[in-house]
Design a binder for this molecule. Structure first.
Ligand code: FE2
Length: 255
């Protein structure tokens, strides 16, 4: 199971409420959660990461807000269950890929990448993922890639780049779920964007009124995290022992 960007305390509460139930219902072996907006809507802290793990996550992926809270830098180096985009500058805190152990000797490789279109990244996510996969080859039975990117074109291209090479390639960052979940040839589950776990009554997580006023007046606004209409967006991927995906099901669950 993969859960889309957890936004602020409404997102953490929705995750705490729903992840245990959904793990049970779908007999989930691994739950990976994008936590890059879990602390006040931007970034992550050791505390919010701890809450995501306590809710039932096996691994956490991140994105462009990874460096927002300084206190997390040391934690990113210490906890092997959390990954930030692999194609960020070398030498920065944290790691871009990890392997987590599951039931029956299953080992899930978890890779985090950032897009380059309308976003900053040090290196191309396409060549980066090739070298990361070469390094994971003998260490993981299954591989999930979280491609944290803005542009649908770049994400669709990554899906095709990885088709037949990983178990799942899921998109994050826009907070809006797309309706294109499918298994690509070669057994790679794909979706352009999983969506968000948080308040769907705002504007991609922010309070509705100031966000709308910002667009209307084109003046800066103090946004804050919305509390309205919380829910979980995710996907469940079923895969064989050969690491190939059989199905992908979209989850859009109100909290
Ligand atoms: Fe993001």
């Amino acid at each position: 199971m993969f859960v889309g960007d957890v936004v602020g305390s409404p997102g953490r509460r929705a995750l705490e409420l729903l992840l245990p139930v959904l793990r049970e219902r779908h007999r989930v072996d691994f739950a990976v959660v994008n936590g890059e907006n879990s602390a006040g809507g931007l970034g992550i802290t050791e505390k919010t990461a701890g809450q995501i793990f306590a809710a039932g996550a096996d691994a956490i992926t991140l994105g462009n807000h990874v460096w927002k809270h300084r206190e997390v830098y040391d934690y990113l180096d210490r906890d092997p269950r959390i990954v930030r985009p692999a194609n960020y500058p070398k030498g920065n805190p944290g790691r871009g890929a990890t392997v987590v152990e599951g039931p029956g000797g299953l080992r899930l490789g978890v890779v985090n990448l950032s897009g380059q279109l309308f976003m900053g990244a040090a290196r191309s996510p396409f060549s980066e993922v090739d070298s990361v996969l070469a390094e994971l080859r003998d260490r993981a039975t299954h591989v999930l890639v979280d491609f944290h990117a803005e542009a649908t074109s770049e994400k669709v291209a990554m899906g095709w780049h990885l088709a037949g090479r990983v178990t799942a390639c899921v998109g994050t960052h826009t907070h809006v779920p797309t309706a294109d979940a499918r298994v690509l040839p070669g057994g790679t589950a794909y979706i352009t964007d999983v969506g968000m776990t948080g308040p769907h009554g705002g504007v991609i997580g922010a309070n509705r009124e100031p966000a709308v006023r910002g667009f209307v007046t084109q003046m800066p606004q103090k946004l804050g995290t919305s509390e309205e209409d919380p829910g979980l967006n995710g996907v469940v991927v079923e895969a064989g022992e050969d690491g190939r995906a059989i199905s992908i099901e979209q989850l859009l669950v109100p909290a």
